[in-house]
Design a protein around this ligand. Structure first.
Ligand SMILES: NCCCC[C@H](NC(=O)[C@@H](N)CCCCN)C(=O)O
Length: 464
């Protein structure tokens, strides 16, 4: 290869880079969502309440928000580069998952309390909080890597495919988590996650060597030009942009209607649609499965035809309609759940496929790591920490309908477990509310784009 031709110009090489980075997304998303189908088992076998489950799932954002780890991650990324940040991110995910595995597998924490919380719940939550730092750092790193390798090429398609690979991890987690837990133990899915992340780390090391070759092919380092270096004062520049805030608001509200829903969807299937616990993740797993094809499809459409702001608005409308269908109390037949989840899948493909590639149209490339980190920070605060806890609290406080003790086969043995019954109408109405607010933000974003000329409605290559 000629030394003057950048490696990114070779299609096979840039797609190989993308595939290697996506392995981290696959394994990370598996672990991020594998607790969802375990909720009834955590309650039945380990005696957790919905509030404790909400506390644990909300822990995802603790360090990102309260220790500012997301902003730290953005700055580390912009200053020290994607290779080091990506490596640290996977290492955090690995350690956090191993800690969750231990918390659920050990008997040494049984009956103990730490800071007034069950020791097992707190230990699992701390593991999930560390994991949350890792996966968020990895998310911003992977995004910046795609921008670096794909600018001027199929960037929205690459971002869509990368998210699609992540969704595959979510689908596998939802579809297999409960079955693995019933066959092995409730800690079993986390053992699988720990091993998978070791594999993700190896794939990332291969990527890092390719990325070093990209530097060499461009005769410079990742941030060779001092003009391109990130400065702390850039944060002010990002925060003073109205378009940035509208996109951030849309992101926080849209994801509040989706990610926390996924944490409770298998339980909703059991409670409202009468699905067996072991199979409770099957219908929710249609959601990420649908997005695997649709997210890159819409990403490609955005690259070729534009209409990014319209795509985001449509997506917000789809998720609102889907939640409304699930909220109607008398629609309790499982085909309704299938239709609603498929509609949600369309919305869950439309918004991310246009939202993430729109950020570089609003923010300069050298500020991108920090911009994505700031967006993820607000998303963590609201959608990944606040709303999951709120839903768990609402379930315990307003939706409890009763408890019964039943006998169930677990890892080949018959065991007595407690089954808790909830009415999910109120939590579903909250999800509808988040959807409606997301529609409002999408409309405002469309108007701001017309006013400021970001180019959100234009195809790739036609933007300033
Ligand atoms: N190119 C940006 C990709 C972001 C994808 C986006 N991920 C997130 O929003 C993460 N902050 C949270 C991941 C949580 C995993 N369950 C997405 O749509 O997944």
């Amino acid at each position: 290869m000629s030394q003057t031709t950048s490696l990114r110009e070779q299609k096979t090489v840039r797609w190989t880079a993308m595939a290697l980075v996506s392995m981290g997304m696959l394994c990370g998303y598996y672990v991020a969502d594998v607790a969802s189908p375990l909720k009834p088992l955590l309650e039945g076998q380990l005696g957790w309440t919905s509030t404790e489950y909400g506390f644990y799932t909300g822990a995802y954002g603790w360090f990102n928000v309260f220790l500012g780890m997301l902003v730290v991650g953005g700055i580390v990324l912009d200053r020290l580069g994607a290779r080091l940040t990506g490596f640290l991110a996977i290492a955090f995910m690995f350690l956090g998952t191993a800690a969750q595995w231990w918390a659920l597998a050990t008997t040494s924490l049984a009956g103990s309390q730490w800071l007034g919380v069950k020791a097992q719940v707190l230990m699992a939550a701390l593991g999930y909080a560390l994991f949350g730092v890792g996966i968020e750092w990895f998310g911003i790193t992977a995004t910046k890597i795609i921008v670096r390798w794909f600018k001027g090429h199929e960037m929205a398609l690459a971002m869509g495919l990368q998210v699609a690979v992540g969704r595959l991890g979510t689908a596998v987690a939802l579809g297999s988590g409960a079955a693995i837990a019933v066959a092995l133990s409730v800690a079993g899915p986390f053992m699988v996650g720990t091993l998978a992340l070791a594999f993700g780390l190896v794939a990332f090391l291969f990527f890092a060597s390719l990325d070093r070759r990209l530097d060499a092919s461009e005769r410079g380092s990742e941030s060779a030009n001092p003009e391109d270096q990130f400065r702390l004062s850039d944060i002010g520049g990002i925060l003073s942009d109205r378009g940035f805030w509208l996109l951030t608001g849309l992101c926080a509200l849209f994801y509040s209607a989706v990610f926390p829903f996924l944490k409770y969807a298998p339980d909703l299937m059991v409670q409202k649609f009468g699905i067996e616990e072991r199979l409770s993740g099957i219908i929710p797993s249609l959601l990420p499965f649908g997005t695997i094809l649709l997210t890159p499809f819409f990403g490609n459409l955005y690259d070729r035809k534009g209409k990014g702001a319209t795509i985001m608005l449509l997506g917000a409308l789809f998720i609102t309609g889907s939640h409304l269908l699930l909220a109607v109390p008398f629609l309790k037949f499982w085909p309704v759940a299938v239709v609603a989840v498929l509609l949600l899948g369309v919305g869950f493909s439309l918004v991310p496929s246009a939202m993430w590639p729109s950020v570089p149209k609003i923010v300069e490339e050298r500020r991108l790591g920090t911009a994505y980190a700031l967006i993820f920070f607000i998303q963590n605060l609201v959608a990944l920490m606040g709303v999951p806890y709120l839903i768990g609290w609402v379930l315990d406080r307003f939706c409890l309908r009763g408890k019964e003790t039943v006998t169930q086969e677990i890892a080949g043995k018959l065991e007595e477990i407690v089954r808790v019954h909830y009415d999910y109408t109120l939590p579903m109405l909250l999800f509808v509310l988040f959807g409606l607010l997301a529609v409002g933000f999408a409309l405002a974003m469309k108007a701001e784009d017309r006013r400021r000329g970001y180019g959100l409605e234009l195809p790739a290559g036609n933007v300033k």
